[in-house]
Design a protein around this ligand. Structure first.
Ligand SMILES: Nc1ncnc2c1ncn2[C@@H]1O[C@H](COP(=O)(O)OP(=O)(O)OP(=O)(O)O)[C@@H](O)[C@H]1O
Ligand SMILES: [Mg+2]
Length: 233
């Protein structure tokens, strides 16, 4: 579904992605893990057309992705960004409606129902101003807004960063449900233990290069991964 080959991205002279290649098959739940500054967010922003690339191929369903972010969304590639980027002065409901912008004049009641079934708290808070939500509620809203665009491929950048374990668990369960409902997921996580619990296949990105790919089981058995990312356990 998504195929990236030899992707190079710079910020000025800083060479941040140094030949990244990865692929995601339809229906997969794949994670890109790596420490702070590895380039995960840069990778996602480049897929979404928010950052230009210097060299390489990004293909979606066997065709190159357009450069314009709005057109990329219309192709069904939807990005739930790190830090959520909600419309803070708008209500929960209005934020969700904004997520459906790629569909003109469409009845969105089924989509709203789907999001509210996944995150019941959003229904209760439908008229609340987004910036007054708790951190966990804001993250649920950011995911809900992304779902309103009916993603085929959902890019989720650090969806549980800084959240309490119970909220994290609710979000992790929702992600499994979203994936079972047929949405392909590419997740960025700096918490390796989380990523190994959530995803079925994992890429390790270190300073702009993919250094390992495998199943969660293979990652748990890997000496380097255990020592550096799993606290030596
Ligand atoms: N707008 C920018 N201008 C210049 N350099 C940037 C910019 N955004 C990111 N970088 C640099 O690119 C590198 C990769 O950053 P990126 O945010 O992609 O990492 P990350 O893997 O998402 O990290 P984190 O886990 O902390 O979110 C870092 O060295 C960062 O300083
Ligand atoms: Mg990041």
């Amino acid at each position: 579904m998504l195929r990236i080959e030899n992707l190079h991205v710079y910020y000025g002279k800083a060479h941040v992605l140094k030949g990244v290649s990865l692929h995601v098959a339809p229906g997969e739940f794949v994670a890109v893990i790596g420490p702070n500054g590895a380039g995960k967010t840069t990778l996602f922003r480049t897929i979404s057309g928010l950052k230009e690339h210097h060299h390489g191929v990004i293909a979606f369903k066997d065709a190159p992705l357009p450069k314009d972010p709005a057109q990329i969304v219309r192709r069904g590639v939807i990005h739930c960004p790190e830090g959520r980027h909600l419309f803070g002065d708008m209500t929960v409901r209005e934020n969700l409606e904004m997520g459906a912008f790629r569909w003109d004049h469409r009845d969105m009641s089924d989509d709203l129902e789907r999001v509210y079934a996944l995150f019941p708290v959003l229904r209760e808070r439908e008229r609340q101003i987004a910036r007054t939500l708790s951190g966990g509620e804001q993250q649920m809203l950011a995911i809900g807004r992304a779902l309103m665009g009916r993603p085929e491929l959902l890019l989720l950048d650090e969806p549980t960063l800084g959240l309490a374990p119970i909220v994290r668990k609710a979000i992790a369960e929702a992600l499994q449900q979203i994936n079972q409902d047929g949405v392909t997921i590419l997740l960025a996580e700096q918490n390796v233990a989380f990523a190994l619990a959530d995803a079925r296949r994992v890429y390790l990105l270190e300073t702009g290069q993919i250094v390992k790919v495998g199943t969660p089981e293979e990652f748990r058995a890997d000496e380097h991964v255990r020592r550096v990312y799993l606290g030596g356990v």
